[in-house]
Design a protein around this ligand. Structure first.
Ligand SMILES: [Zn+2]
Ligand SMILES: [Zn+2]
Length: 478
C-alpha cells in the first residue's frame, strides 16, 4: 500500500465500532474530576519547543529522543506536546489563572506525541487524561489527587490496580542524595550504558529510570531517596500516608519510583495493573512544586497525574468489562416508489426531531435490500410505506424481535413508536439493573459514594423509581 492509504506507524484509527468505548471512558473520567472540583482546560496541540525543554527537562528521554520537533514556515521551533502538564502550566500562566482564587484545579483529555518504539499500549500519538492542581503545598492536596485518580480507576472497574507511592524530596534534600548516587554510580561506571554516562554528569537520578537491563540491575542496589529526605519532606510524606490510611486507600511505598520527568518533587505515585504486560503503569503523577517558577511564574506548589487512555482500555477489556454500544436503530422506515420514499424522508426527520433514532433509505434501494439493511443495523422496529399507506395515511409497525404488528398513522407515528419500544416482554431484575448501571450519572454517583464511604451507604438512595425496584435490593445482597 502507498502512503496515501496507510496511516503513519504508531498511530491508530478509532473506528465507530470502538469509539463509543472511548466516549464512555472519557465521560466517566470527566464526571469524577468534576465531582472533585476540577474543570476542563483545552490547550494547543503544539507549543514552542522551549515549553518542553524547560519543563520536562533536557536530560530526559522524552526531550532527548522522543519529541516531534520541527521548524514552522516562520522559522520557529515548534513541538507537538509529549505530555499535558507543561502546556497546562503555560496556559495557566499566560491567562493569569494562578492569580485567581487558589487552589486552581483543571483536567484535560488530549492527544500527546512521542517518537517511541511502537508496542502494545504505546503509540506515537496517544491520549491522556490528566488532572493538575495549583496552589496547595498541603499533604491534603496530595491525598485528594490520589483519591481522585483512585476513584476514576474504580469507576472504570479497575479497583484491583495497585497504588505505589514514594517521595523524591525537595531540591534541598536531593542534593545529598545526588551526591550519594554519584558516588555509587561512579563505582559502577564501566557497566553503565552510554546515555547513563551522560546522565551521571547532568542528573544521576535519571539513571534509575534507564531501560537498559544492565543499568537497571545496578540501579536496584543504588541508595534510596527515602533515606535522604529532609525533616520537612519526611513529615510531608508521612502526613500523605496517614491521609491515605484514613481514606482507606491501600498503597505500598516503593522507593524506586522516581518518575521520568525532571519537574517532580516530594510525592510521586503510580497505579499499576499487573496483567497488561510490560507497560503496566496505568496512571502516574506527583507533586511538581518547582515547575511554575521554572516556567516564569511566581513560586507556586502544584501537583497532578495523567493516565494513558490506550493502556486503560487494554486493562478494562482484559477484565471483561463490556461497555454498552450505542442505542440501535429504533425504527427503519422502508418505502416502495418515489412518492413513498419522499414521504419516508420527511417522516424520518420528524421522528428524529422527537428523539427517536430512525432511518430510511437514502440509497435508492428496492424493498428487499432495504429490509436487509434494516436487519444489518439491528433496527428494533420497521414500517413500510407504499401507495396504499400514502393514500390512507396509515401504516403498520413491526417489532423485529417478536414479529408483533401495531397499527399506526403518519400523524401518531412518534407516539406509537415510543409505545412499541416500551412494551417489551417483562424483564428480569438483573436486566433492569444492568440497564440502570449503564446510566452514567447514576452509576457515577453510586460508585463514587461507595468508594468514598467504603460502602457505608447502600447506594439505593439516588436510584430512580422503577418497577421491580424491590427485587433490585435483593440483588445487592448477592
Ligand atoms: Zn526536602
Ligand atoms: Zn543506562
Amino acid at each position: 500500500m502507498g502512503v496515501l492509504s496507510k496511516r503513519p506507524k504508531g498511530t491508530k484509527d478509532v473506528l465507530p465500532a470502538e469509539s463509543y468505548k472511548w466516549k464512555a471512558i472519557e465521560s466517566r473520567m470527566s464526571g469524577v474530576a468534576e465531582l472533585f472540583g476540577f474543570r476542563e482546560i483545552r490547550f494547543p496541540t503544539f507549543e514552542h519547543t522551549e515549553v518542553f525543554t524547560r519543563s520536562v527537562g533536557d536530560t530526559t528521554d522524552v526531550v532527548q529522543k522522543e519529541m516531534y520537533t520541527f521548524k514552522d514556515k516562520g522559522d520557529r521551533s515548534i513541538t507537538l506536546k509529549p505530555e499535558g502538564t507543561a502546556g497546562t502550566v503555560r496556559a495557566m500562566l499566560e491567562n493569569g489563572l494562578l492569580n485567581e482564587a487558589l487552589p486552581q484545579k483543571v483536567y484535560y483529555i488530549t492527544p500527546a506525541f512521542r517518537y517511541e518504539k511502537a508496542q502494545a499500549g504505546r503509540l506515537r500519538e496517544f491520549h491522556q487524561f490528566g488532572c493538575e492542581m495549583f496552589g496547595s503545598a498541603d499533604p491534603a492536596a496530595d491525598a485528594e489527587l490520589i483519591c481522585l485518580a483512585q476513584s476514576v480507576l474504580g469507576l472504570l472497574n479497575l479497583d484491583d490496580v495497585r497504588l505505589e507511592i514514594n517521595s523524591i524530596g525537595c531540591p534541598e534534600c536531593r542534593k545529598s542524595y545526588q551526591e550519594a548516587l554519584l558516588a555509587y554510580f561512579n563505582a559502577h561506571l564501566d557497566a553503565l550504558c552510554e546515555t547513563c554516562h551522560d546522565r551521571l554528569r547532568k542528573n544521576p537520578m535519571r539513571i534509575l529510570d534507564c531501560k537498559n537491563p544492565e543499568c537497571a540491575e545496578i540501579a536496584k542496589s543504588a541508595p534510596q531517596i527515602t533515606h535522604y529526605l529532609c525533616a520537612d519532606c519526611q513529615a510531608h510524606f508521612e502526613r500523605v500516608q496517614r491521609y491515605l490510611q484514613e481514606m482507606d486507600i491501600a498503597y505500598t511505598v516503593n522507593p524506586t519510583i522516581v518518575r521520568g520527568l525532571d519537574y517532580y518533587t516530594r510525592t510521586v505515585f503510580e497505579f499499576i495493573a499487573d496483567d497488561i504486560g510490560a507497560q503496566s503503569t496505568v496512571c502516574g503523577g506527583g507533586r511538581y512544586d518547582g515547575l511554575v517558577e521554572l516556567m516564569g511564574g511566581k513560586p507556586m506548589p502544584a501537583l497532578g497525574f495523567a493516565m494513558g487512555l490506550e493502556r486503560l482500555l487494554i486493562a478494562i477489556e482484559s477484565r471483561g468489562w463490556k461497555i454498552d454500544p450505542p442505542t440501535p436503530c429504533q425504527l427503519y422506515l422502508a418505502s416502495v416508489g418515489e412518492a413513498a420514499a419522499a414521504k419516508a424522508v420527511v417522516l424520518t426527520a420528524d421522528l428524529r426531531r422527537s428523539g427517536i433514532y430512525a432511518e430510511c433509505d437514502t440509497m435508492g434501494r428496492g424493498l428487499k435490500a432495504q429490509m436487509k439493511y434494516a436487519d444489518k443495523i439491528g433496527a428494533k422496529t420497521t414500517a413500510v410505506i407504499g401507495d396504499e399507506e400514502l393514500a390512507s395515511g396509515q401504516l403498520k409497525i413491526k417489532d423485529m424481535k417478536t414479529g408483533d404488528i401495531t397499527s399506526s398513522t403518519f400523524d401518531t407515528l412518534c407516539d406509537d413508536i415510543w409505545e412499541c419500544l416500551s412494551q417489551k416482554e417483562p424483564r428480569n431484575p438483573r436486566e433492569i439493573r444492568e440497564e440502570m448501571t449503564n446510566d452514567l450519572g447514576e452509576e457515577l454517583v453510586q460508585r463514587f459514594m461507595s468508594h468514598m464511604l467504603g460502602g457505608k451507604i447502600s447506594g439505593t438512595r439516588n436510584m430512580p423509581e422503577i418497577d421491580g425496584f424491590d427485587d433490585l435490593k435483593d440483588l445487592d445482597k448477592e
